[in-house]
Ligand binder design. Structure first.
Ligand SMILES: [Zn+2]
Ligand SMILES: [Zn+2]
Length: 212
C-alpha cells in the first residue's frame, strides 16, 4: 500500500468517512511536506512544523492527521478565512508554503470522469490521481508569530480581575481594574445562565428567544 492509501485509510477511520475533502487534505499535506523536505512529521521531524488551516472542514481534519499538528500541541492554528487553504511553516528552516485547493480541479474531475454523474464520486477518483499542479496553487510566504503563540512557551498565568479565572499565553486584556480575560473584556461567545450542576443548571435549554 502506498503512502497516500495508508493515510486515506487512516483518515477514513478517524474522520468517519472518506470524502473528496479528506483526499484533497491528505494530498495537500503530503505535497507541502515534500516541498519543505520534511520526511517524518510523526517521527524525527515532529516538532518542526506549525500548520495554519483556513477553514473548519474535512480538508483540515486530513491536514491535521498527516502533519501531526494538533491544537493540543499548539502546532495547529485556525485562521477562519473560509478558504480551502493552509500554510505549512517549517520552524527549522523558517520556510513556509501556502497551498490553496484550486476550484478548477472540480472541472478537471468532470472532464476525467464524464460518465459518473455524482460530482463527489468524480472528485474522489480524480483527487487521487491528478498531478499536484492541477490541484493546488503554491505560494511561498513569510509567517511570524509572537513568542507566546509558539509551542513550548512558558509564562506566568494571570488571574482575571473580574471573573477570577486563570489566563495563559498573554491572552489577558488590560483595563482600569487590571488584567481581564477576553470574555470579561466583551468578547464572550457565551452568556452564563446558571452556575453549578444543580437542577436549575440542567433546566435551561436553548434560550427562549430561539424557541418558536
Ligand atoms: Zn468529510
Ligand atoms: Zn474574566
Amino acid at each position: 500500500m502506498n503512502r497516500l492509501d495508508q493515510y486515506l485509510e487512516w483518515a477514513e477511520q478517524v474522520h468517519g468517512h472518506l470524502c473528496p475533502g479528506q483526499i484533497l487534505g491528505v494530498r495537500m499535506a503530503l505535497y507541502a511536506l515534500e516541498l519543505l523536505g520534511i520526511e517524518a512529521p510523526h517521527g524525527k521531524d515532529r516538532k518542526r512544523l506549525i500548520t495554519f488551516v483556513e477553514i473548519d472542514r474535512c480538508l483540515s481534519d486530513a491536514i491535521m492527521l498527516v502533519t501531526g499538528c494538533r491544537l493540543g500541541k499548539r502546532a495547529l492554528k485556525f485562521r477562519d478565512f473560509g478558504k480551502p487553504a493552509a500554510t505549512f511553516w517549517d520552524l527549522q528552516t523558517g520556510r513556509a508554503v501556502r497551498l490553496l485547493a484550486l476550484e478548477s480541479a472540480k472541472d478537471r474531475a468532470r472532464e476525467l470522469y464524464p460518465d459518473i454523474c455524482d460530482p463527489r464520486q468524480q472528485q474522489s477518483l480524480a483527487y487521487r490521481h491528478l498531478p499536484n499542479q492541477e490541484l493546488f496553487q503554491v505560494q511561498w510566504v513569510r509567517v511570524q508569530l509572537p513568542a507566546e503563540d509558539l509551542p513550548g512557551y512558558r509564562g506566568a498565568k494571570v488571574i482575571c480581575a473580574r471573573c477570577g479565572e486563570p489566563i495563559s499565553f498573554r491572552r489577558e486584556v488590560w483595563v482600569q481594574d487590571g488584567p481581564v480575560c477576553r470574555a470579561c473584556a466583551g468578547e464572550a461567545y457565551y452568556q452564563v445562565e446558571a452556575i453549578g450542576d444543580g437542577p436549575q443548571g440542567h433546566a435551561s435549554g436553548p434560550s427562549e428567544d430561539h424557541q418558536p
